[in-house]
Ligand binder design. Structure first.
Ligand code: FES
Ligand SMILES: [Fe+2]
Length: 346
């Protein structure tokens, strides 16, 4: 079950060109492409004539042309040309999904079209600030549900175990981190403080710290699948009165989890370097370190999904450090219930 009335990341804006691309989103086959004017569009990936997938066609002057018998559709899904006939039947159209290009993303709405309001899209202005926050991005296909990946980001006690050699460091630093949590309508925000702690390998590779450090991680989950992260670190004592304006290490991560099927998803993520923005080598290095760490997440979560598929999840036990994760799940369950109530009312 997915939240349907919500905006999901369908693709990075630079993934989509005039060459149609097939992507399954929330169990629906979608074709993404740019028309002759460069406008990005998302249609159901099935021609209304004989059902051929539209991604096998091509973009022409008037729209996307089906690769089977040449029907052409505009970005709203209306058929605008049928070879060999002048009259175009009213019903000759395919479903089109609202699609918005913003902050380097293409956001898609899989639910009720009347409810799609672009004002609800998560704003991520750092992607547009290459001077102060130069960034890099990519997408990992994951053989696990989007929810298991969000779970992973809501319980950071895994850092010391899964990422010991990269961003993690000592496990107990993470287990004992002081958590401050604020609930929001669409999810939650939490800050983890790890004051006077030993810097993890990734940090010492980036900055020559003299000794221990103060470390902070701020996470915001916004349903259905965005997690906005700010991580910062400075010499021990620096955060005695909270986060400072500038830290020796500060970077932002965007995580976007979009369901492909019930047990697979797309992991869109970016790293933005806010501590040595003028140094492109730092931007590269940050991306490389995080890319390696996220492959560690991918490995454990995909294996977890395989076990849950095989043996089910009825016997799983929640522990204290699951609090943020459980709140996230309750928010998602509430939104799914609201979706189905609205659908039943229609
Ligand atoms: S199936 Fe698309 S034109 Fe015939
Ligand atoms: Fe992780």
């Amino acid at each position: 079950m997915f939240i349907r009335n919500a905006w999901y990341v369908a693709a990075w804006a630079d993934e989509i060109s005039a060459k149609p691309m097939a992507r399954r989103i929330c169990n629906e086959p979608v074709v993404l492409y740019r028309d002759a004017t460069g406008k990005a569009a998302a249609l159901i990936d099935m021609c209304c004539h004989r059902g051929a997938p539209l991604h096998m066609g091509k973009v022409v002057e008037q729209g996307i042309e089906c690769g089977y018998h040449g029907l052409i559709f505009d970005t709203d899904g209306a058929c605008v040309r049928i070879p060999g006939q002048d009259r175009i039947p009213e019903r000759a159209r395919v479903r089109s999904f609202p699609l918005v290009e913003q902050d380097g993303f293409l956001w898609i709405w899989m639910g009720d079209v009347e409810k799609a309001d672009p004002a609800d899209i998560v704003s991520y202005p750092w992607h547009n600030d290459s001077v102060n926050w130069p960034h890099k991005h990519t997408m990992y296909p994951i053989k696990a549900s989007a929810m298991l990946m969000v779970d992973n980001l809501m319980d950071l006690t895994h850092l010391g175990y899964v990422h010991g050699s990269t961003i993690g460091g000592n496990p107990m630093i993470h287990v004992e981190a002081k958590m401050e949590t604020v609930r929001t309508n669409m999810g939650l925000k939490f800050t983890r403080w790890m004051l006077n702690s030993v810097p993890p390998p990734t940090y010492t590779r980036a900055v020559k710290f003299e000794g221990r450090i103060d470390r902070a991680q701020m996470f915001e989950f916004v349903a259905p699948g965005s997690i906005l992260q700010l991580s910062a670190a400075d010499d021990a004592g620096a955060y005695a009165n909270g986060l400072t304006e500038r830290s020796k290490i500060q970077f932002r991560l965007y995580h976007g989890l979009t369901p492909e099927t019930d047990t697979t998803c797309f992991y869109f993520w970016s790293t933005a370097n806010g501590f040595r923005p003028e140094d492109s080598a730092t931007t590269e290095q940050l991306f490389k370190e995080i890319a390696a760490a996220f492959l560690e997440d991918k490995a454990i979560v995909e294996s977890q999904q395989a076990r849950l598929t095989e043996l089910g999840e009825t016997d799983l036990v929640d522990i204290t450090t699951d609090a943020a994760r459980m709140h996230m799940r309750r928010t998602v369950d509430r939104l799914i219930a609201e979706d189905s109530r609205e659908m039943a009312a229609e």
